[in-house]
Unconditional design. Structure first.
Length: 273
């Protein structure tokens, strides 16, 4: 952050969302590298010939000049760093990017600086824009995100007795924040089974740098189960449903529907004697 006085700041920000305000203004929710999450007023941005409008759209990274107002920061200047055009031209990618933004908005407090989370969000949007495998990008983001906001799931040791988890089917407790061995799971409430292969890939994503998991191939049914577990854990932590996952499911391609069917069939097969 460049300090130009107590009431003026120059920041790099990713626009999370905006809402109409007055006749021609907008209130923007921004996640900034230097100040954390802030709310700022863009005056006149809805006017037809506004020069700032294109720099202040959601899913845009921009350099902003902010002036402290009575209630909000006021955006006096804006210049795009990355518009993530490839994301905005693809409805599926837009929904995935919006999911990342929603997580950041839900799990961060105003004015709480988290430079590592900002860099993760920016890198994730860059990867989606570069058309990296979306599943790998999202699962990597989720696990790193949970680390950075203090909710890292324990996947290597039983969260109740501390014993090392063996390479076999196990159980997971969202309430306790991780995996339970079969002995402890038998005495616990609200657990659900987690297959060995699903746990293996979640562990790999959790402990590996992005370059190592970027192009890894995961069996279809395991992909579905990984996504379901992460969604349920994050929903539990948020204490309410997120908006963007349902939107994404509504626009998914037929291939995604086939993956869901494959997971369902696999579950049925696993239940056969």
């Amino acid at each position: 952050m460049t300090e130009l006085g107590e009431r003026i700041r120059r920041v790099e920000a990713i626009v999370i969302r905006h809402a109409e305000y007055g006749e021609a203004d907008r209130i923007l929710t921004l996640f900034t590298k230097e100040m954390g999450k802030v709310h700022a007023l863009a005056r006149g941005v809805r006017k037809e010939h506004s020069r700032k409008a294109g720099h202040l759209e959601p899913i845009t990274c921009s350099t902003l000049m902010l002036a402290k107002g009575a209630t909000f920061w006021i955006i006096s200047q804006a210049e795009t760093v990355d518009a993530f055009a490839a994301i905005k031209s693809d409805l599926n990618l837009t929904a995935l990017a919006a999911y990342c933004l929603e997580l950041v908005e839900r799990f961060t407090a105003d004015d709480e600086v988290n430079g590592k989370l900002y860099q993760l969000l920016k890198a994730t949007l860059t990867r989606l824009s570069a058309q990296d495998p979306p599943f790998n990008v999202l699962r990597h983001f989720e696990l790193r995100f949970l680390d950075l906001v203090g909710f890292r799931p324990e996947l290597f040791h039983c969260v109740q007795c501390g014993s090392e988890i063996k390479p076999e089917d196990q159980f997971i407790s969202f309430h306790q924040g991780g995996v339970l061995c079969p002995k402890c799971a038998a005495q616990a409430d609200s657990t659900q089974p987690i297959r060995m292969l699903t746990l293996k890939y979640l562990r790999h994503f959790q402990r590996s740098e992005y370059a190592r998991i970027r192009h890894i191939e995961i069996p279809p049914h395991t992909r579905v189960m990984m996504e379901r577990l992460m969604q349920r854990y994050i929903t539990y932590l948020a204490e309410r449903k997120l908006n963007t996952p349902e939107f994404y499911r509504a626009i998914q391609t037929p291939l995604s529907a086939k993956l869901e069917m494959a997971a369902g069939n696999d579950k049925i097969e696993s239940q056969k004697p």
